[in-house]
Design a protein around this ligand. Sequence first.
Ligand code: B12
Ligand code: SF4
Length: 534
Amino acid sequence: MPDIVLATLNAKYIHASFGLRYLMANLGGLRERACMAEFHINQTPLEITEAILLHEPHIVGFGMYIWNVQQTTEVVALLKRIRPELIVILGGPEVSYETDGQEIVALADHVITGEADVKFAEVCTALLGDAAPLPKVIAAELPPLDQLASPYDFYTDEDLAHRVVYVEASRGCPFTCEFCLSSLDVPVRAFPLDAFLAAMQRLLERGATQFKFVDRTFNLHLPTSMGILQFFLDRWRDGLFLHFEMIPDRLPEQLRALIRRFPPGAVQFEVGIQTFDDATSKNISRRQNLERLADNLRFLREETGVHVHADLIVGLPGEGMESFGRGFDRLVALGPQEIQVGMLKRLRGTPIVRHDAEFAMRYAPHPPYEILATRDIAFPDMQRLRRFARYWDIVANSGQFTTTLPLLLQVGSRKSEVGTDGASDPSDFRLPTSEFRLPPSPFSSFLRFSDWLHATLHRTHQIALQTIAQGLFDFLTGENGADRATVAAALEADWRRTPGRETLTLRGMPAAPAPAKPAAIRTARRQARHTQAH
Ligand code: B12
Ligand code: SF4
């Protein structure tokens, strides 16, 4: 039986815990006395507790993140009730700052803050030997990356076949965005590139196809970014998929030339933009060159097959509904395949708290500590934007309605502005007051749809795609007075893009004939749907 169990609750089964694999790899002589136990947040605390206790460990280490702190607190409470002598060690970003007052910290024996790759082994050695008692909170020094044992062999064949494989060529971020935990991770440190690429080679040989880089800013150091891209390009095979996080205003010509050479949909860039408002950028200490950003996004969309996933944040200090809307419209015009609208979260340790008083920032007290209201966005409007984000994900980011979406976003499409074809009457839906301040634009058009959809369905989750299609039809033809045949044809085209589907039936339209011969069924990936549409 292992003396040490390294456990964590992942956000979903498909996400393997990278942090635990580092700790396992660097346990040295204790490695044979340890095992990993990964769970996901939808498993019950009792089931998790039972599985951990089956190992009869002396020490359990938990990887703590914003997505698992509530459930892990229950697990630790159960473990301590059943086996009070069990030593519980916590680590990870959620317990690396503001440890005072956290329920789970009170329940645990030790907390190791920061990068614990090496420190965890040291602490376990001390606890399993007869060293002097250790303090409750132990700070890990930054580990020397060139001396760390590689974690990649701890991805099993099952991980490689069914889960996202996380990899990293560097740690830390030189930027100081106040909402982000990585702003505290200075300085930037790189893993030796040759050893890193050798590890990637082994993963490729073992059949890995999906590589998700967790480097905060992939395009920070040009020779390294180019070395990595060239490495994968030289070994390219069908089915490979690479994901990188990048800063949007740095894409020199040498990097552009390499990026152009990847096949469509094979590379995804997550581009953090967060806000287009200068004053807001200043408030959160984020520097970006908006002109270069626009030029780079245009390049990526027009000259490459890269899937661009751009992030905006709702609720930043100083950003109101209108300025957020203007930013959203600028981004829509730049045409990324996905716009991730995220609600601001107050992450433990981040300096954004300095704005709490001036901007009346109100965050939920429980994880994920989402913004509820600010000086510039009252709670009812924040709720509208939260729903906007959710519906945008379902309708736009999903890639399911790429033909219909432009009909919804086109400016000047309201019934009052373009007249009506005399179709169904609008429901008793009323526009919320702040709507009247917003000029017609993709943002205000989608916000109207989002308000209407919520007033009609009263929910934002568990909505069948057929229900969304009907909602789009009813809104566009009823509220916007669009031509019924045009909308039905667009929805039909979207529907048929996924082969093998039943015919789309829309209330208020005769059923369209089914296609003569269904095409072969392919894996329906979000990226693939966007690629087919553009
Ligand atoms: C992969 C990832 C995810 C995955 C989930 C992965 C999983 N296993 O389930 C997905 C994409 C789902 C995700 C989602 C979110 N994420 Co995320 N994510 C990451 C990311 C990019 C990589 C994590 C990683 O592997 N890092 C590399 C490893 C080596 O570092 P590490 O995990 O921190 O581990 C080290 C230490 O923490 C410590 N440690 C770890 N485990 C243990 C265990 C013990 C016992 C000890 C002693 C120490 C220890 O030692 C490790 C080695 O140095 C990080 C950013 C980053 N680059 O780290 C953000 C990050 C973890 N995510 C973050 C956030 C905010 C989110 C979201 C809320 C974002 C959003 N949507 O708004 C969501 C929440 C999801 C939900 N359901 O609620 C924050 C976390 C803040 C927090 N307090 O936890 C981070 C740090 C990003 C940031 N810069 O702000 N995320
Ligand atoms: S948001 Fe991105 S650029 Fe800013 S500190 Fe975080 S990781 Fe760095």
